[in-house]
Design a protein around this ligand. Structure first.
Ligand SMILES: Nc1ncnc2c1ncn2[C@@H]1O[C@H](COP(=O)(O)OP(=O)(O)O)[C@@H](O)[C@H]1O
Ligand SMILES: [Mg+2]
Length: 515
């Protein structure tokens, strides 16, 4: 930077070179201008040299050098007509691309000499475009900032959307490199953090299948441009779960080659369980119809056998009373026949419950008393003697439209299971409360402290004849009957259970229509 003292006789081009050097230097234009103005005043012995800028506030002195000071009011009228000279004042308008940017003002007592005027005009001519560029670049920077902020906002929003999805999601590019890896995918079965995953190839991160197989899967989607979907079972979280994997090809614009693949993984374990349960309801209906047919055929002969066996028992008893010698095993055999036939009839009776026949009359009723009735049946049983039972019925629970005997049967079955799961020790809690939605207005929970149900078994417990109880102890029909009765009441039954932590069976029923 030139710091040499210049005097008024210095040729204009020297001054210009200096100004050019100053302007070319990096940094804030106005700050450099101060230096230029300083040079001018010192070199010419001017009283004052100043730079004025047009701002929203009007004409503002951005930089000044020298001692005297020119008020804006004095300049404004001079500037109207363009460049002006008036006595000691020389004013050069600064404009760029037709825009008024400000003025460069030189004040010398006794007038401005011609060569100084020329140099001064040259400086003004250089300063104007420089200021124009500065202003433009400021506008550009502001615009770029705004765009960058918008982009950042959009990017954040997209990230939030992608992270909020209840599915795991990642995106790979043509080189199989991971470009998006959402939150759920971080927590997902393979638990890889976003930082670890981004930029790596999929094969470095995903090990569910050999790299060759993964590459084939992706290539197929890239080549065909068609979405692919399949379901896989995984035990990565410890328990078996089903995932639906969808691979979606993505292109930047129509007609362009596919550049990325979006892979979405959804945990469909529960959905799969639901659809399984729906088809189970259908199975049960078929089973019920079958049972009705069997009942019709089997009942009369069974009744005859039962009557005959009872007659036999009575006859043997009478003979014994009359003093005849009746072998013990004969009486015992006859009694066994009566008992076993009874069991058969009970069994067919429960099967019948699966069918639509035998639907009791539906009335609007409170659930609380049904709970009490079920407990009244069970409490005298030895299994319940050492158990604590507690019932909580919230106030304001709507009535349900139900068949008394059937709902009681459901509660009895659930309570029996609870007692069996707890080995007759501990507390069974029954809660009746109001639900949130109209189709689930009434919630009945049977909560036990028993052994709980393993995840893998949960999907089977509502199947007819599924039992984990020893032969002669469980029929495996209790829950399937509950399920079918509740389904016929337009409700549903849910289970929360964990091994060792007990189980909660939850019945959700619609409220009775208000008369
Ligand atoms: N409260 C419970 N706690 C633990 N396991 C249960 C519970 N309720 C039902 N189960 C399981 O579900 C199976 C089926 O129950 P259910 O249909 O009532 O038939 P059953 O009681 O005759 O075995 C039971 O054998 C048991 O393994
Ligand atoms: Mg049972």
């Amino acid at each position: 930077m030139a710091t040499a003292q210049l005097d008024s006789t210095v040729a204009p081009h020297v001054l210009l070179a200096d100004v050019a050097a100053v302007l070319a230097a990096e940094g804030d234009i106005v700050r450099k201008c101060v230096q230029v103005l300083d040079h001018i005043t010192r070199a010419t012995g001017a009283g004052e040299c100043s730079l004025w800028l047009v701002t929203p506030q009007g004409l503002v002195a951005a930089a000044r050098a020298g001692t005297m000071s020119t008020p804006a009011v004095e300049l404004a009228p001079l500037l109207e007509g363009g460049d002006a000279e008036s006595g000691p004042l020389m004013v050069r308008r600064l404009a760029s691309a037709g825009r008024r940017l400000g003025a460069l003002v030189l004040r010398m007592e006794g007038g401005v000499p011609a060569d100084v005027g020329t140099a001064f005009s040259a400086v003004a001519n250089m300063l104007a475009p420089a200021l124009g560029w500065a202003e433009q670049s400021r506008a550009f920077v502001a615009e770029a900032d705004k765009r960058a902020r918008q982009l950042e906002e959009e990017r954040r929003l997209i990230h939030q959307v992608v992270d909020s999805l209840p599915v795991s999601l990642y995106v790979v590019d043509r080189d199989y490199r991971i470009t998006v890896w959402n939150r759920k995918r971080e927590a997902g079965s393979q638990g890889v953090s976003r930082d670890q995953a981004l930029g790596k190839t999929l094969f470095e991160i995903l090990h569910r299948a050999p790299a060759e197989k993964l590459r084939r899967e992706l290539d197929e989607v890239f080549q065909s441009g068609r979405m692919q979907q399949f379901t896989m079972e995984s035990r990565a979280t410890g328990e078996p779960r089903s995932y639906r994997i969808t691979k979606i090809p993505m292109q930047a614009a129509d007609g362009e080659p596919f550049s990325h693949i979006i892979t979405i993984g959804e945990d469909v374990t529960d959905t799969a369980a639901t659809s399984e349960r729906i088809s189970r309801t259908e199975q049960l209906a078929v089973l019920g119809q079958l049972a009705t047919g069997v009942m019709a055929d089997v009942s009369p002969p069974l009744q005859s056998v039962s009557d005959a066996a009872e007659t036999l028992v009575q006859s043997l008893d009478e003979l014994a009373r009359d003093g005849a010698t009746v072998p013990d095993h004969a009486t015992e055999a006859a009694r066994t026949a009566v008992r076993e036939v009874g069991r058969c009839r009970a069994m067919i009776g429960s099967l019948l419950d699966l069918s639509h026949t035998g639907d009791g009359e539906r009335v609007a009723m409170d659930v609380g008393p049904v709970v009490e009735q079920a407990l009244a049946v069970l409490r005298p049983l030895p299994a319940f003697a050492t158990l604590t039972t507690q019932v909580f019925v919230d106030g304001g629970v709507p009535k349900v439209l139900g068949a008394h005997a059937q709902l009681r049967q459901v509660l009895i079955a659930l309570l029996q299971n609870a007692a069996e799961a707890m080995d007759t020790q501990g507390t069974v809690t029954i809660r009746v409360r109001a639900g949130q939605a109209a189709h689930e207005a009434v919630i009945i929970e049977v909560i036990d402290e028993g052994r709980g149900i393993a995840r893998g078994d949960l999907r089977h417990i509502f199947e007819p004849f599924y039992t984990t109880k020893g032969p002669g102890r469980g029929t495996g029909l209790g829950l399937s009957i509950c399920h079918s009765i509740i389904a016929r009441h337009n409700g549903r039954i849910e289970v929360d259970s964990a091994v060792g932590a007990g189980s909660t069976f939850r019945i959700l029923l619609p409220g009775a229509p208000i008369p």
